[in-house]
Design a protein around this ligand. Structure first.
Ligand SMILES: NC(=O)C1=CN([C@@H]2O[C@H](COP(=O)(O)OP(=O)(O)OC[C@H]3O[C@@H](n4cnc5c(N)ncnc54)[C@H](OP(=O)(O)O)[C@@H]3O)[C@@H](O)[C@H]2O)C=CC1
Ligand SMILES: O=C(O)/C=C\C(=O)CC(=O)O
Length: 357
């Protein structure tokens, strides 16, 4: 981006990064002035959360292990009530975007400070964006109260993240940066972070596929996720995120996989309207073009490239196109009811796993 007017808000967050950084958790809770942390996790990660609670000793108020994807409002209410019952004055969210999202739901209501310890590459820990699902409808909002106050990135904790999920989660992060590069409210600093974040993940994902517990590759991937999440937290989302929220929210398709399949097609849709962004994405990926580069990264690393392979029915394409054009997000190539057929064609290609066109 050359010189142009912009506004950038620097948000107050403390980031502690490094292999073994989890050991600093008690120090970080003290630095927040907190005394009793409620540790949040998914049911499957309860063992890890209990180890964290043991490590915290008297600083742990308890463990709440019911985080699930897209934060159902009932779960958020239960977690808020548990935090209150236990007299917690902060929450520690250890896990992926689902667990961070639960922490955000507590913070939204209570203002409790959150320490996020991400173990996927979704990037939610760096954003003031929250999602809540009520009666099957997912709503997102933006509120600085939900921004985690401290983030501990410990690559040791992501060594167990399965390779398949590492790849799709990494491409979820790349999507944040890619859309940041053509965001209406983008700025030169975010552009730098976006390009660096994409490059770090493009390096890291093949290395993780080659050796899942490669700590340098895991560090690179978390570094990329941090940068890409920061971009998402600072600038607006566009067509790609709208399509993914439609497919995830209304058709219950898995979050990171949907991002992986849709991104090449959303980039192809926007390519002519955002040539500079495409050039930067391609440069970061080290490929001739951005859309094909993303699809090649997914395919070469064993990730799905077709919606039909992650549970979408062909009959649902029309309904998805209808929903996606309602309340469109700003996008460099506008999409609304008039572009419904073009979006339908995009979804058809994504459904079939066709090259981005
Ligand atoms: N608000 C925001 O800014 C953002 C929000 N999100 C939201 O986050 C959610 C998606 O986050 P995502 O991280 O993809 O998904 P999850 O948090 O649901 O995690 C996905 C899977 O990763 C597994 N997992 C996580 N960490 C480990 C680990 N260390 N070892 C082994 N397995 C692990 C989990 O296993 P298990 O089930 O066994 O725990 C789970 O099955 C969505 O709801 C999305 O909307 C995503 C990006 C940004
Ligand atoms: O659902 C949310 O919490 C809001 C944003 C996202 O999920 C970002 C994404 O699509 O990865």
């Amino acid at each position: 981006m050359s010189a142009r007017d912009f506004i950038h808000i620097t948000r107050p967050q403390r980031v502690v990064f490094g292999a073994g950084a989890l050991q600093h958790l008690a120090r970080e809770i003290d630095a927040l002035g907190a005394r009793r942390a409620l540790v949040l996790c998914t049911p499957e990660q309860r063992g890890q959360a209990e180890r964290v609670a043991d490590m915290l000793g008297a600083r742990a108020a308890g463990v709440f292990d019911r985080a699930v994807m897209h934060v159902p409002i009932e779960t958020a209410r239960e977690a808020r009530a548990e935090a209150q019952r236990l007299g917690a004055d902060c929450a520690v969210a250890i896990g992926g975007g689902s667990t961070t999202g639960l922490g955000k739901a507590i913070a939204l209501d209570s203002g409790l400070p959150i320490v996020a310890i991400p173990t996927t590459y979704a990037g939610s820990e760096m954003t003031p964006i929250y999602g809540l699902t009520e009666q099957g409808l997912k709503k997102t909002g933006n509120d600085v109260r939900v921004l985690p106050r401290t983030v501990i990135y410990d690559p040791e904790l992501s060594r167990t993240l399965p390779v398949g999920l590492s790849v799709t989660s990494g491409i979820n992060a790349i999507a944040h940066a890619a859309e940041g590069l053509y965001a209406r409210d983008g700025n030169p600093v975010m552009d730098l972070m976006a390009e660096e974040g994409i490059a770090a993940l493009a390096r890291a994902l093949p290395a993780i596929r080659a050796q899942a517990d490669d700590i340098d590759a895991r560090s690179d991937a978390l570094y990329g996720a941090w940068l890409c999440g920061s971009v998402l937290g600072s600038v607006g989302m566009a067509l790609h995120h709208k399509l993914c929220h439609t497919l995830g929210g209304s058709f219950n398709l898995p979050h990171a996989e949907v991002h992986t399949v849709v991104l090449p097609h959303a980039l192809a849709f926007n390519a002519a309207a955002a040539p500079q962004a495409m050039a930067r994405i391609a440069r970061a990926l080290g490929t001739p073009t951005a859309p094909q580069g993303v699809q090649d990264l997914a395919r070469a690393n064993g990730a799905p490239i077709a919606l039909r392979d992650i549970g979408m029915k062909e009959d649902d394409i029309d309904r998805a196109a209808d929903i996606a054009v309602q309340n469109p997000y700003w996008n460099p190539r506008p999409f609304g009811p008039a572009e419904r057929d073009a979006l339908r064609a995009l979804l058809q290609r994504a459904w079939a796993g066709a090259p981005p066109g």
